[in-house]
Design a protein around this ligand. Sequence first.
Ligand SMILES: Cc1cc2nc3c(=O)[nH]c(=O)nc-3n(C[C@H](O)[C@H](O)[C@H](O)COP(=O)(O)OP(=O)(O)OC[C@H]3O[C@@H](n4cnc5c(N)ncnc54)[C@H](O)[C@@H]3O)c2cc1C
Length: 448
Amino acid sequence: MNFPSSTKYAIIGAGVHGLSTAYHLAEMLRASGRGSGADILVVDKTSIAGGASGIACGVVRNNYYQPAMRELMAHSVEVWESDPKAFSYHPVGYMQISPEVMHEQVGTIYEQQKAIGYESVFIEGAADCQKYMTGLFDDWQAKGITSVLHEKRGGYANNTASMYGLANKAEAEGVRILTGVEVKGFEFGSNSGAVTALITSRGNIACDHVIIGAGPWVSRFWNMLDLPKAISIKGRDGKIHDDVRMWTYWCLEEGTLGVDPEMHKTNDGRTPPVIHVDTDAPLYSDVDGSLITDKLWGLYYKPDFNFGGVQGGSSPYKVDQDPDQVAVDPYGPDSPDFIVGDDFIHVWCSMLAHCQKRFEGKISLYKHHEKSGGLGCFTPDNFPVFDVFRENVYMVADSNHGYKMIGVGKLVAQELMGEKSTLLEPFRFDRFAKGELHPVSNSPFPWS
Ligand SMILES: Cc1cc2nc3c(=O)[nH]c(=O)nc-3n(C[C@H](O)[C@H](O)[C@H](O)COP(=O)(O)OP(=O)(O)OC[C@H]3O[C@@H](n4cnc5c(N)ncnc54)[C@H](O)[C@@H]3O)c2cc1C
């Protein structure tokens, strides 16, 4: 096939957002009689799942303190549930296990989950939490826990397999996916700011609409579109804060304990829900008993045959650098800078041992040879920006919340078809100027 010189819809990035938008848009064009997948071209500089979507832990949950995020996630869970096989989705559920400082906020999440019909169970009080947890795992021993939110829906999906599932669906609708094509810039209209063509490593591609799902590379595209590197934000204090950096990088720390995934089952032999624990109980080293921290800490984990062990992570750290100077490439396991080191391994394995006796003394089984972790690019309030810039550029910037958000592409496709989405409305760029910021939780993670 020849290299295309034009397309109606040019989608940049073959990750979850680019592929989900492509697939859903193709379906909608066909169903409405207004076109087909042949009107859509996806380009990616590396491969399908070559970015964050291909290394994500794959956790799918609803547990968010922000009502708008929760409603959006409930929509995405429906999309995951629509074809678990193609999306390699495991609906094992998800548990948020928390200390007293988070009790009230998690209680609010539970109440609002009930209100939107998202099935979950809420346990309160240290004794009842311990009883509930030992009912699931007889070796449960995490301390400082006073609430447990058990989401019966959600779970996890296998990262690369799910992206190929989406790509297959898009291609079956006639979408063309071109890998090895790097977008280097844009051509703009002479009478408007709209993009008229992608400038790529293989030639220019004229287009009517651009959709950017560039994950950790979003700040690069922001610059290519001449959008502001710093913005003014009306804060929660009602004051205007000028010169706030638009993008900040965080490094996510994840890894795999190379045990048989079968060793992490519930008492009745089932695959357990994804476990997320936050606690302010002191954390001691599982190697030498020394104190690691007495501040709030958190981890998540699940048995995973894809990763070949018990896989998960802990809180990310902020990359304290000008975003333009952060070395995003080479990405993920190929990065010399943003992969986990011995510190993470020691801390995360000690966290696992703090939670369940079965993980005590297992640090030597950690999969050192498999590099893991990677960068995420975050907005000023750490929540997504889904909005149109320069008249025809739809930016799907998920602020690293995104693998689970497989439904966002469906909503973006609806908007491209001309139907505004109330679920996406709270994520417009002008919320910063208007001071319509999302509430902040007490969790130690920037994405809760
Ligand atoms: C270690 C880690 C674990 C995570 N775990 C989870 C999780 O458990 N659950 C969850 O919900 N989220 C998780 N996330 C976040 C999630 O992975 C991302 O938010 C989401 O995958 C972003 O999807 P995307 O489609 O925007 O971008 P990506 O999947 O990163 O895709 C962007 C694509 O754009 C391409 N690209 C970049 N620049 C160019 C260019 N110039 N020209 C052409 N193509 C280009 C890249 O090659 C890449 O394939 C995790 C992130 C990381 C880093």
